[in-house]
Design a protein around this ligand. Structure first.
Ligand code: HEC
Length: 227
């Protein structure tokens, strides 16, 4: 191919006069077979190179940048491609909204306290003390809140009757708003008429006495006397 790119080759008058298809196997013509071949081949066009040019440098640069940015984005937001992100975050938010709307002391009482203290708050004689008219319920609001959060055990006198039983803590089952709602419910029901406690105060009590054992009536009395 190099040969026929040489312009001198093609302008050679001797070659221009040659008839390449002449059937004349003389010495001279045989010797010229390379020239003839070159002439034939030179009539063909070069290989087309459109569409086969080397990729320009900026295409590579942009590709690498885009890959880098996408990789960064995936690394940051893919959450290891787990489904956890969708399962945990969304229901939690919905659950929080529901609690915001639906914290109702009467329902919480029915679910958590009624089995022992009764729907009328009268308890069970000799076993579960009454909440109606009990000074443990109606005097300061912190005492019933502390009982609900951390439980109660040992002897306690309620309306002239002594009980010596055990009540489990509810602090891990009721959040601050719920504990406040149930305490406010027993303080304002069945003829009880005491001021309410704020959820914020319940939160403070929870933090102050974190990981506490059950209260005894004596401890609660001493605490109240000190206030
Ligand atoms: C499994 C039974 C049981 C459940 C459920 C229960 N309690 Fe009690 N509660 C008791 C017992 C027993 C005592 C007495 C403990 C003692 O003898 O020291 C008591 C005592 C109390 C007292 C102090 C005494 C009184 O009668 O004033 C309060 C206040 C109280 N409970 C509130 C609640 C509230 C509010 C709930 C629901 C969040 C609740 N209890 C759930 C069994 C229960």
């Amino acid at each position: 191919m190099k040969k026929n790119n040489n312009p001198d080759n093609q302008k050679d008058p001797k070659k221009e006069n040659l008839d390449p298809f002449r059937d004349d196997p003389t010495e001279e013509n045989e010797a010229d077979v390379y020239n003839i071949h070159d002439q034939i081949v030179s009539r063909e066009k070069g290989e087309p190179d459109e569409g086969f040019e080397p990729t320009p440098w900026w295409v590579w640069t942009i590709s690498v940048l885009v890959l880098f940015v996408m990789g960064f984005y995936l690394g940051k937001f893919s959450g290891t491609f787990g489904t956890v992100a969708h399962e945990v975050e969304m229901p939690l938010r919905v659950a929080e909204e529901r609690i915001e709307r639906e914290v109702r002391g009467d329902q919480l009482y029915a679910g958590f306290c009624q089995p022992c203290h009764g729907s009328d708050g009268m308890g069970t004689p000799g076993r579960y003390p009454p909440l109606v008219g009990s000074r443990w319920v109606t005097e300061d609001a912190e005492t019933p809140a502390l009982i609900v959060l951390f439980g109660l055990e040992g002897p306690i006198e309620v309306l002239g009757q002594t009980y010596n039983e055990q009540m489990d803590p509810f602090g891990h089952r009721l959040n601050d708003r719920e504990a406040a709602a149930v305490v406010n419910y027993i303080r304002t029901s069945w003829g009880n008429d005491a001021p309410e406690i704020e959820a914020e105060r319940v939160a403070e009590l929870r933090e102050t006495y974190e990981r506490r054992e059950r209260w005894t009536a004596r401890e609660l009395q001493a605490r109240r006397d000190n206030e």
